[in-house]
Design a protein around this ligand. Sequence first.
Ligand code: NAI
Length: 708
Amino acid sequence: MTQPVALTTRDGIAVITIDNPPVNALSPGVPEGVLTALETAERDPSVRAMVMICAGRTFISGADIKELEAAARNPESGGPDLHPLLTRIEDCAKPVIMAIHGMALGGGLEVAMAGHYRVAVADASLGAPEVNLGIIPGAEGTQRLPRLVGVAAAVEMCVSGRPLKAPQALQMGLLDRVITSINDGDLLSGAVKFAHEVAGLPVRKTRERNELGSASENAAIFAAGRAQAGKIRRNQTAPLAALEALEAATTLPFDQGCKKEREIVRRVLAGDQAKAMIHIFFAERAVARVPGIPKGTATYPIAKVGIIGAGTMGGGIAMACANAGISVLLKETEQAALDRGVAAIRKNYESSVKKGRFSQAVMDQRMALIHPQLTYDGFDQADLIIEAVFESMPLKKQIFGDIDKIAKRDCVLASNTSTLDIDEIAAATSRPQMVIGLHFFSPAHVMRLVEIVRGKHPSNEVVATSLAIAKKLGKVGVVVGNCRGFVGNRMMLPYMREAQFLAEEGSTPQQVDKALTDFGMAMGIFAVDDMGGIDLAYRVKQEYAYLRKPGERVPLVLDKLYEMGRLGQKRGMGWYRYDESRSPIPDPDVNSLIERTASEAGIARRSITPEEIIERSVYVMINEGARILEEGHAQRAADIDVIYCTGYGFPNYRGGPMWYADTVGLKNVYARVRDFHQRHGHLWEPAPLLKKLAEENSTFAEWDLAKG
Ligand code: NAI
């Protein structure tokens, strides 16, 4: 293996180059290599200053995430110790200039801040995204960052986790120069030029900068930071821990501040949230490894997409494609529907332009990629056709029969169905091996999840292409089996049902929703029901009625809301009332309706604790998840976690429902499920896999590992 760090000299300036593909992470060997190069250059009398730069596509992009995972398993270690390296860089007698391209994030930024100067190309980004993994900058970052950018900016960076682009970083003092090709040539030439300018000047140590503002100014900044953390990272411990460490920077000398930071790092690493968020980070990357689809499986190139149906989903998928630079043919049956669909797309883009998310020129480019039409013209050139018409089997079969006659032989044919049997749809074509489900979530240009529904027929290449498409669209594709509701909705149905039972037994919808949002769900389930539409929930309930066992308990209030025309947000009322702000307002009429219905059905009402609400809502999902796993409709428990965290608002810091079950302990979950089974009947029958793992004192994570 080649050495990850090389030392050369250029005109009296030492150039230390890190080359550790793919992203120059600080893996074992890299810090040691840098140290050796630095000491050699320092001893060399011909060297006046040093430039540290990276090969490949980026500066040091961060700590080695595998090491962080190991640290979360063994928090006392405190994670990789970069202290000796950083001190050595900062203590170097000759100026050290960090030359940044790509990303300097996390540990990468921490190394950069130990240098005496930082220069970067204009499109580089610098940031402290550790909160996204439930941790804090742990290599003195919380102590150096406020010394360079000021306390307020450091608070914003550590709480939001958002990176800065180079020009902004320059303004804030994190960079000393932005290298432009006109003035300076490439990054290395620019950095070497800069090094000549500062060679011979006394070195400027970040840790010796001590203008950190007055106590009263800082108190206000930290109070605002805590308020912001409560808003954008509700219930999360890492941003508060980062604030505590930043506060230490303002009150303690540097060395003591670093000591305090290390203590806090150990504490957050020992917590459940860091473990859960690191789990989700790896799980999101692991979903692309699908059993039976070897790495390197060929994929079909996708340059042109045909979409059938310009309704809610078709329009959203068209935007997702255009946003990724893919050309789209968007077909409708009638001009009026087509006009409505295009107008919705335009309105959406206009609102993004107004909010400054992108420019008018970008909007125009994207609109130009979408070709509205009433015919199948050009569909014979499409590489992928996605059907997004009404949820009706006869209609979908007819459409698949039609496109089978038009599409080229290697075109992937996908349906966005959310409930129908993909094999039955595939059977309407002469090439079922090319047919797959691509289940996008609404709004499709925003939501990251795509369930890739693999029936009996699709070829490996079609599955691999679907994963590649999801990635190209910036989404997370999770392969699931062809079962009723696939994975996400199959688990959501019992969750919705249980919430309605809780309301009949004594909770109000807002009490249920509050317990759920306090737990960390992005929205309460009644609010979700109102957003999706009571008519939709009613239709699904009707459709599944034939599956009910005799005497099975059914929720009673939903049908009444439907009959009353309280169809949810779109009608301004459902489980809640809505005003223009679309926030749910508790409605006493609904509470009385629930009470009346319960009393007519002879259901005794009682006060229900938030703990019971959470247990019944979440454990019912977990129990269904265990069945899905056992039936093989999800490959791994971790896949279910990804589906719930990316598509259903489950909090990342709890790691998804299956990870959460492991955290609670499967023995405990199983005991409560048995308890509910005794009290509430067969809908709570424990899943055999849950029983088995609980009795073996095992976990879903171990089950995943054993499956490989
Ligand atoms: P929608 O009712 O908003 O749009 C359907 C569109 O298809 C209508 O504009 C209709 O004019 C058009 N259409 C019908 N027959 C057509 C044909 N032969 N050729 C071209 N266009 C035709 O429905 P929505 O909500 O977009 O749903 C579409 C599909 O996506 C359904 O299968 C649904 O189950 C699924 N889905 C819906 C989600 C949602 O949240 N709305 C989420 C995930 C999947």
